[in-house]
Design a binder for this molecule. Structure first.
Ligand SMILES: [Cu+2]
Length: 108
């Protein structure tokens, strides 16, 4: 299971990393043409994944449905969401409104 310590932030503006130490690095996943790119990503525990909506008009979401989580809000072109993975494992996700859009984060 994904632990409660995971941070889950909706960001409408560039992220400001002020005030506290950030242990891991941040890795970007672009969302363009109804696809997560890269769809499969391997990171290290403590790293953060930032999904950036690079569509012209289309909203999407990043939903860890198989973790039993509720469907998150959509985010729009120019916006991003990010999440820090503190636990090793394999975390598949999908887009809420577009079930064919799928990805997986593998945490080492
Ligand atoms: Cu979508």
């Amino acid at each position: 299971m994904i632990r409660e310590t995971l941070r889950w932030a909706l960001l409408a503006a560039p992220l400001l990393l002020g005030g506290h130490a950030v242990a891991g690095q941040t890795v970007e996943v672009a969302i363009v043409k109804f696809a997560f790119t890269p769809a499969e990503l391997t990171i290290k525990a403590g790293d953060t994944v930032r999904w950036v909506n690079k569509e012209k008009r289309q909203y999407h979401s990043v939903w860890f449905e198989q973790q039993g989580e509720p469907e998150p809000p959509y985010f729009f072109p120019g916006e991003s969401v990010e999440r820090t993975f503190d636990t090793a494992g394999e975390f598949p996700y999908r887009c809420g409104p577009h079930p064919m859009m799928r990805g997986v984060i593998r945490v080492e």
